[in-house]
Design a protein around this ligand. Sequence first.
Ligand SMILES: Nc1ncnc2c1ncn2[C@@H]1O[C@H](COP(=O)(O)OP(=O)(O)OP(=O)(O)O)[C@@H](O)[C@H]1O
Length: 274
Amino acid sequence: MEEYAIEFRDVSKIYKLIGKDKKKSEDKKFYALKQINFKISKGEVVGILGTNGSGKSTMATILAGISEIDEGEMIVNGEQALIAINTGLNNQLTGLENIELKGALLGLKPHRVKEIIDGVADFSELGEFLYQPVKKYSSGMKSRLGFSINLCLDPDILIVDEALSVGDKGFANKCLKRMKELKTEGKTIVFISHSLPQVREFCDTALWIEGGMVREYGEVDPVSDHYSKYVDYLNSLNAQQKKEENEKKFQQRLIVDEKDGFWDKLLTFFQKNF
Ligand SMILES: Nc1ncnc2c1ncn2[C@@H]1O[C@H](COP(=O)(O)OP(=O)(O)OP(=O)(O)O)[C@@H](O)[C@H]1O
């Protein structure tokens, strides 16, 4: 029997929409992710593709256990860590204190925390900045710290959300090189990137989410080709057609409360008939 690192069974994430009065509406809700099903095998390196707002970051935070799901079930076999800029970093604390805090939250032994501190100091190349509060870091420095902590934690499942698009090219290449080593070590990696060439180069499979739903999941090359064609198609649309396409996607994700629908229908009935 194949062992899966991650399994999503009908997973949905729902947000309440803010109304025109700037209050969260009880009636109108929105699927950030809608009934997502997939299985990622142990040692698989999967790229998550999707246009802006399709649900990639929501997926990353759910995978990392930072965000809760509203419907369905997520089954994870192994320790997972999220590599994303800012996520999980406390701005008031120094880089070093952030590592100690993470170690305490994970219940790590002091010698393990020391190993991680040494590893982060070495990989991040932050030098003296490790002793400065994170609020004084540039976004690239935060990315270096976050990425290095997660790498040094040595999780079984690594979730990388756009981390390589921040920071300088030299550091991004170093991270990519390290991720390739982890891949050969048999780690499961979920890679969220806007860079299609990076996904093609690095991943075995690709999961394409569009409008909060799975559009395609399979071998990286065909899925990337189909995604690329879809992006070209979107780019070929004029402003009005783009608006219609976005509206269609939005309607698919909208959840209107039953009661609300009932009163709307009643009102329409009265308006039509009286
Ligand atoms: N906290 C939140 N409250 C309400 N809606 C949210 C929240 N976070 C995300 N969303 C909405 O959920 C949808 C998915 O967002 P998400 O950030 O996951 O998309 P994405 O694919 O990562 O987008 P991008 O490529 O632009 O970064 C978007 O429509 C977004 O507006």
